[in-house]
Structures are given as structure tokens and as C-alpha cells.
Write a protein that binds this ligand. Sequence first.
Ligand SMILES: [Mg+2]
Length: 206
Amino acid sequence: MLLSNTLKSILQVPCLTLHSGSTEIIMTRALFLDRDGIINVDTGYTYKTQDIVFMEGIFDICRNAQQAGYKLIVVTNQSGIGRGYYTEKDLHTVMAWMQEKLAEEQITLDKYYYCPYHPEGIGQYRRESNDRKPGAGMLLKAKQEFNILMQDSIMLGDKPADMEAAWRAGVGRKLMLPHTGYPTSPYADRILTHLREALKEFPAFA
Ligand SMILES: [Mg+2]
């Protein structure tokens, strides 16, 4: 018998409740998204709203993932802050604008994590950080904050550092959309030639 999409979404079980003594822990899964090159076209240190062009297919991917019960979590290296090209305030302005545009598409970002540090940054930003991908710091913070089942989660990124960070954090499925001519990653489970191919990860809604 064919199952309706609604029933399929219920069967996909977006959350898992674990009982540990008297404590109830609600676990969930996440779609981790790199930002530049996945949500928006990577124009290089993009920080002005007028320069943001959304990637084709990203709204459908986010909407479907959300309907399938995935938290939507952005993990983005923002060394442009550390290098002095723009400020944390600029980043928050862009992200607020981006969240508004996503909301118009019935998409809610659960959280964005960013890493402003870089070894060649300036002032307080000049340092190594495990948050900077390929470090797993941002993903592990999200894991703790949202009780994420990493093995049941997905990372969608465009650079080897995204795949390695996800691997270090124990993310079960790692999808890569490399830029033309750029390297792939041995940590990627699947290489995409177009972002829309990621919709296959959410078959009840594709
Ligand atoms: Mg990127």
C-alpha cells in the first residue's frame, strides 16, 4: 500500500526520546549547512545583503529537511571578521536578513554558529580555534545544545574542510557540492553535481 507523505513523515520519527532513570532526553537530528557556496553563492567574504544570491534549490532542501524533522543549523567559517574585512555586527545583520528571507519561504533556521578566528587574523581574532572548520567545534556545540544524534544527521558543504569537520564530529552523512575545478574530499559520502541532488536525502518529500 502506498503511504501518504504525511504518514511517511510521521514514520521518519524526527525525534527520539531516551529514558535514563527519571530523566527524559529528547534527541533530534540536524541538517548542518555551510553558508557560503551552499545557502548563498560564494562571492568571497560576502557580508552585504545586496550581494547575497541564494543558491538554486536551497529553499526546497531546507524546507523538506525541516518537514522531515531535521534541525537546520548553519556552521560557517567567517575569517573575514578576523581579517578585518567586516565586523561581527555586519555578519549578524546579514544573518538576520537571511533568516527573514528564509522565513518568507516557510523555513526557520534553528541556529547559526560562526567562527571569526584565523591564525592570520588581527587583534583578538588572531588565533587557532577548534571552531574553525575542519575543526569540529561548532558542530559539537550544536550537538550539545540541541541533543543531536550526529550519526543520523547530515552535513551539506562545498569544501573539504566542511566534510572533515563533519567527520570529526561524527556526522553520519556528508554531502559535498564542490566548486568546479576544486578538490573533493575523502570524507564525503556523496559528491553532488547540483545542489538539488540533495533532495534525494529526503525521499518522502522529493
Ligand atoms: Mg563554503
